[in-house]
Design a protein around this ligand. Structure first.
Ligand code: BMA
Length: 316
């Protein structure tokens, strides 16, 4: 099966444009989950000040969204911990993982101060209603981006994929695995995989929360290559061992989605498709939510079995 036929873009893409929030410059890399009889999400909204906040949103069908006008204000049980609610905050690229009935949100930000003062870190919070978000810790991984939790404990521990980073636009990037007994203290870091050839030759980073399948954890991820006009972000997939997720069973050599549509090629950052959420329904249909050109949010569909078959057949 050719890669272009594994994912089929939604015909009315993009599903969200900056018009959804009055002060938005762009709404893109965002995470959603089934919630109640509909859906809820956490959206990356870059404002007309070019500050970035995380906004909660709700939908009946997963396609038409109502997004809160103001960013999430996190409850901070530890008042001595880093401030995450400071004016001018820069918080971005959320992921959501459901573990035992609680929704955990991870994102990247610059805790404690305006962008530039500190290095990027992974923040972690929990919610049950998408109205109250309680901070677990502002800094579960320092100098890091693309942190995403697994949907269950593995070998008795919480598990996370993360991607060490530099202070800027990071011309490198390897995916690591870490575990924690309490969601706060993370360790036992294990290398999972790094850049390798073609569309993923510069850096890679985990996308949505991994999906448990009979063939392993299906990880949809982004890969970046450097062209003469900058980074180009595409989407691939890997199957990781269920009990030792740092062991890669298969990994796509071809991309599954690359920026080919006008809304993926033209925007604030051209030629970016950046996956942050993948929902699997009872028909084994995968709905992928991805940011396009750092400007809008789009959707593509695949069949889970086709995705697994493609990942196995097109592996390095
Ligand atoms: C990354 C992040 C993403 C963004 C991408 C392309 O470093 O900032 O949010 O989509 O760059 O600009």
């Amino acid at each position: 099966m050719a890669n272009e036929t594994v994912f089929r873009r939604y015909e009315h893409n993009p599903i969200i444009t900056p018009a959804a929030v009055p002060t938005a410059n762009s709404i893109f890399n965002s995470a959603v989950v089934p919630f109640g009889t509909g859906f809820a999400g956490v959206f990356r909204v870059d404002s007309v000040r070019m500050e970035a906040g995380l906004h909660a949103g709700f939908s009946d069908d997963g396609l038409a969204w109502q997004i809160e006008a103001s960013p999430i204000v996190f409850e901070r049980p530890d008042p001595d911990g880093p401030d995450v609610n400071y004016d001018g905050r820069f918080q971005y690229d959320p992921r959501i993982t459901l573990i035992d009935g609680v929704y955990y949100v991870t994102w990247c930000h610059y805790p404690d101060g305006p962008r530039g003062g500190h290095a990027p870190a992974i923040g972690l919070a929990r919610t049950q209603d998408f109205h109250r978000f309680e901070l677990i810790d502002a800094n579960v991984a320092y100098l890091n981006r693309n942190g995403v939790l697994f949907p269950r404990t593995i070998d008795g521990a919480y598990a996370m994929l993360h991607r060490p980073s530099d202070l800027g636009h990071t011309p490198f990037g390897d995916i690591y695995y870490a575990t924690s007994p309490d969601l706060v203290h993370w360790g036992r870091h294990r290398f999972v995989f790094g850049p390798r050839g073609g569309w993923q030759s510069t850096k890679v980073g985990a996308g949505p929360a991994p999906i448990e399948t009979d063939e392993g954890w299906l990880l949809i991820y982004h890969g970046v290559r450097t062209s003469c006009s900058g980074f180009v972000y595409s989407v691939g997939a890997a199957l990781l061992d269920l009990e030792r997720p740092w062991q890669v069973r298969y990994r796509t050599r071809s991309y599954l989605l690359a920026p080919t549509e006008p809304y993926e090629r033209v925007g604030d950052v051209p030629s970016v498709v950046f996956p942050c959420a993948a929902l699997v329904d009872s028909q084994r249909r995968v709905t992928l939510y991805y940011g396009a050109a750092d400007t809008v949010l789009a959707v593509a569909y695949a069949n889970l079995d086709d995705l697994i078959a493609f990942t196995k057949a097109n592996s390095f």
